[in-house]
Design a protein around this ligand. Structure first.
Ligand SMILES: Cc1cc2nc3c(=O)[nH]c(=O)nc-3n(C[C@H](O)[C@H](O)[C@H](O)COP(=O)(O)O)c2cc1C
Length: 155
């Protein structure tokens, strides 16, 4: 247990601004209300995604399979300011249905959110998103962070 860093499920959050799509790896997220149906994500101020998401006012949480850990790690170590993470990882885009954003085709499940509120917590901003569309596509093992660069999964 001593090694566990953030024992949350790791997800990929997609954002779009001015026609450019980006992916950020995230561990600081959670569902936070049933009615209305809300999720929150906490995004560092220096991230490219912070600017994109705060301006576009929407995002998608993509629940990814453990098998794509290499791609997930890449999206958490490179910035969309300089690279096209879809191109570099080979992950595929599909259009979100209810917001102007893309989803990741390989995701096991997704949640499309429209931002209804946000607040600053230290060097991050918490964005609160109301779910406007969500679906569960297929079963699969999901990644959790064990250590900085190491993901584990459940049986
Ligand atoms: C496993 C893992 C989890 C991460 N979780 C978060 C997070 O919850 N919030 C955050 O702001 N950054 C998180 N990061 C860092 C961003 O993913 C990373 O800085 C990324 O390069 C930002 O990309 P961008 O500049 O294209 O937005 C995480 C990185 C990794 C590897």
């Amino acid at each position: 247990m001593g090694k566990i860093n953030n024992p949350n499920q790791i997800v990929l959050v997609t954002g779009r601004y001015k026609g450019k799509d980006n992916i950020i790896t995230m561990t600081w997220w959670t569902k936070t209300s049933f009615q209305p149906n809300l999720y929150l994500i906490s995004v560092g101020h220096i991230r490219h995604s912070h600017e994109m998401i705060s301006k576009s006012k929407c995002f998608v949480i993509n629940f990814m399979p453990f098998e794509l850990s290499k791609e997930i790690l890449y999206c958490g170590k490179s910035s969309g300011k300089g690279v096209d993470k879809f191109k570099e990882t080979g992950l595929h885009k599909e259009e979100a249905e209810k917001i102007d954003c893309c989803r990741i085709k390989e995701a096991l499940a997704f949640v499309e959110c429209r931002i209804i509120d946000s607040f600053v917590t230290g060097d991050h901003t918490v964005f609160i998103g109301e779910v406007v569309n969500a679906d569960f596509k297929k079963e699969g093992k999901r990644p959790f962070q064990l250590d900085r660069n190491v993901f584990v999964t459940t049986e």
